[in-house]
Design a protein around this ligand. Structure first.
Ligand SMILES: *Cc1c(COP(=O)(O)O)cnc(C)c1O
Length: 392
């Protein structure tokens, strides 16, 4: 292919994207399954429970109506934006303008990945937590920007140490990403930390992206705050929310961005050039979800909390010393001894038929950790613990 050089040469942006480190583990997992081994998959952050019935029913009804079969457009249905406004007000006591400050998304990953296109120029930096949810880096790079990694260390409660970010980087940065409750560490923060972030961002003229995908998945009475509650946040913060984890709707693709009108409308402009909205029937099902009974969410949290207690008590009985996360369905575990996280994950698969995610896949500061997801029933967690006991 003599002409291939030019034609198939990947763009610099795509080439700069970090390699997908989970590919090897995924391959090994599939191979193990095909050999008929009884794999327990604690690797993926995808709820195992079905979407609640009342939401499916709403989709079913809405899908029958030909009026819902056409391009949705219009920055999401006004009724959905009003339902989000109502939910936000009930949950955080904040009033948002449903026409200017709320934007439905095709899953929050979509909005998070597209947002940097609205504000980054070639070579601009964004401040990204390390370890982190991968689209923060991917979105930055695809927009021509450069991620600067802020390590999240156990000694600092897995919060970034903002003082340590060099002045030269602050000058070139336009965006800072903040995600609490946190994936992958399971860490939470209080309102005071959010206020510190706002002060830092104001001083350094940064846009703040707050990713609140896990705001409702909390335990032991902990209630996650919104960054928009912090003083001075309203004009510099865009907050991303998702129905995926809260309502077991990962496959449906629906979420939203809200906050600063300038930021929300800039993202809307990007999106108007890329997609044509969320299937209207899914938007109507989203309204049903947001206006539905809170018991469904409470029930899910109780289920995850039981699994968490079972897993962590078991791991601690093995001498692993794992703290109880107050939120998310992730458990972030220090690898015992000095093995690296990829080797350790490979060993768990080989010797115990357990799939876990190596921490380094979320960034260099994730090295030395593995992530387990609470997405299997207690019985399987007990079985996983038995297997760990046998090999340790
Ligand atoms: C799951 C997740 C999301 C949301 O995903 P969508 O399904 O795209 O709404 C966002 N942020 C984090 C940190 C997540 O783990």
């Amino acid at each position: 292919m003599y002409w291939g050089d030019k034609m198939f040469k990947l763009s610099k942006k795509l080439e700069t994207l970090p390699p997908y480190l989970f590919v090897e583990i995924d391959k090994a997992k599939r191979k193990a399954r095909s050999e008929g081994r009884d794999i327990i998959d604690l690797g993926i952050g995808d709820p195992d429970q079905p979407t609640p019935k009342y939401i499916i029913e709403a989709l079913y009804q809405a899908a029958q109506d030909p009026g819902n079969h056409r391009y949705a457009l219009d920055q999401g249905m006004p009724a959905l934006r009003r339902a989000i406004e109502g939910w936000y007000n009930r949950r955080f006591g904040i009033n948002l303008d449903p026409d200017r400050e709320i934007l439905p998304l095709i899953g929050s990953k979509e909005g998070i990945a597209h947002f940097p296109l609205a504000f980054l120029n070639q070579g601009d930096y964004s401040l990204v937590p390390d370890p982190c949810y991968p689209p923060y880096k991917g979105g930055t790079i695809l927009a021509g920007g450069k991620p600067y990694l802020m390590p999240l260390l156990a000694g600092n409660g897995f919060l970034p140490d903002l003082k340590k970010i060099p002045l030269s980087i602050r000058k070139k940065a336009k965006i800072i990403y903040i995600n609490y409750p946190n994936n992958p560490t399971g860490a939470t923060c209080d309102k005071r930390f959010f206020s510190e972030v706002i002060e830092f961002a104001r001083k350094n003229k940064l846009i703040v992206i707050s990713d609140l995908a896990y705001s409702e998945m909390t335990y032991d009475g902990y209630c996650a705050p919104s960054m928009l509650e912090a003083e001075g946040a309203r004009d510099i913060v865009i907050e991303f929310h998702s129905l995926s984890k809260t309502y077991n709707m990962t496959g449906w693709r629906i979420g939203w961005a809200c906050g600063s009108e300038k930021l929300v409308q800039a993202l809307a402009k990007v999106k108007s050039n890329i997609d044509s909205g969320i299937f209207s029937a899914i938007q109507l099902a989203g309204i049903a979800a947001l206006e539905g009974p809170d018991e469904e969410i409470r029930k899910m949290c109780d289920l995850y909390q039981d699994r968490r207690n079972c897993l962590i008590k078991g791991l601690n009985a093995l001498g692993w010393q794992v703290p109880f996360p107050k939120a998310t369905f992730y458990v972030w575990i220090k690898v015992p001894g000095k093995t690296d996280s990829i080797k350790f994950a490979a060993r768990l698969l080989e010797k115990a038929n357990l799939v876990v995610t190596p921490g380094v896949g979320f960034g260099p500061a994730g090295e030395g950790f593995i992530r387990m997801a609470l997405t299997v029933p207690v019985k399987r967690i007990e079985e996983a613990l038995e297997r760990l006991k046998k090999i340790s």
